[in-house]
Design a protein around this ligand. Structure first.
Ligand code: SF4
Length: 280
């Protein structure tokens, strides 16, 4: 598809690749990674201190050190805020350099009936932000997330290949059967539990990486499941280069260090982690 500036999807994709290779883009991506690496070191230090304390307390304590869920050290949260702010700057810089003007606009929620992929630390951050920013509304939103997660599990169970997927604890979200179930879910039109009544993301600063990197250049009506272009509408590849994957690896490793379970999407993550001691 060629848009009004005369460029094809392939040309926009090439422009994005060129933009990424610029020294300024690399520096901006480093600005995302640096606080994440600091956060990792903070968690590693906390784990070491805990292991030493348990070692001093004897063998029983040592066993507990391996099992217990670690509370997120307070210094991790501002570092995550710094990383996500830098991520927004990086993505905006890529779009600007590649002269791509997304059709996505404030209060456009055309894609907010999806199941955004999420990393466990992001789900925890979202829960914490909800309880901190809107304590009066948080229980309702969390309850809604739990209900939607259960409904999606039932939907997955009834989808082709869903039973096999659910049997595997790691739930392979790259499997075609998960993707099929996800598309079927979107057609049901359930709004994301974070979507505000005014049609905008109620926790915009805390939305996961997948929502930040999800942009379209076509009419937002094409993002609706009823549109004939729903499955083929152009999404410029704003994310996914091997250097960018380092950000996901750093976020995922924070979750692993903290002992958080893997979660496939935002609804599921909120349902699974809302009782975590660091979730607010
Ligand atoms: S977290 Fe926000 S941006 Fe992402 S799907 Fe939900 S409402 Fe939309």
């Amino acid at each position: 598809m060629v848009d009004e500036d005369g460029r094809s999807a392939a040309q926009r994709s090439q422009e994005l690749h060129r933009a990424r290779d610029q020294p300024e883009s690399r520096a901006r991506l480093e600005a995302v990674l640096a606080p994440l690496h600091k956060a990792q070191r903070l968690v590693e230090s906390a784990l070491e201190r805990r292991a030493q304390a348990h070692a001093r307390g004897g063998t029983q304590g040592g066993a507990a050190a391996n099992d217990a869920t670690l509370t997120v050290p307070a210094g991790v949260w501002p570092l995550l805020d710094e990383a996500y702010a830098a991520l927004d700057v990086y993505l905006a810089h890529l779009l600007h350099t590649a002269a791509i003007d997304p059709a996505c606009a404030p209060r456009c929620s055309a894609c907010c009936t999806d199941l955004p992929p999420i990393l466990p630390i992001e789900a925890l951050r979202m829960l914490r932000a909800l309880r901190r920013d809107v304590p009066e509304r948080a229980p309702k939103r969390i309850q809604r997330a739990v209900e939607l997660a259960r409904a999606f599990q039932r939907h997955l169970h009834q989808s082709a290949g869903g039973v096999e997927l659910l049997r595997d604890k790691t739930l392979d979200t790259s499997a075609p059967s998960y993707r099929e179930a996800q598309i079927g879910w979107r057609r049901l039109g359930h709004p994301c539990p974070i979507l505000g009544d005014d049609g905008s993301c109620s926790q915009y600063a805390d939305r996961p990486l997948s929502c930040r990197a999800h942009v379209h250049v076509e009419d937002p009506a094409h993002c609706e499941p009823q549109s004939p272009r729903f499955l083929i509408a152009e999404r410029p590849p704003l994310w996914g280069h091997v250097r960018e994957c380092e950000v996901e690896v750093a976020l995922a490793s924070l979750g692993k260090l903290l002992g958080l379970p893997g979660v496939p999407n935002l609804h599921w993550g909120m349902a699974q982690l809302h009782g975590h001691p660091s979730a607010g």
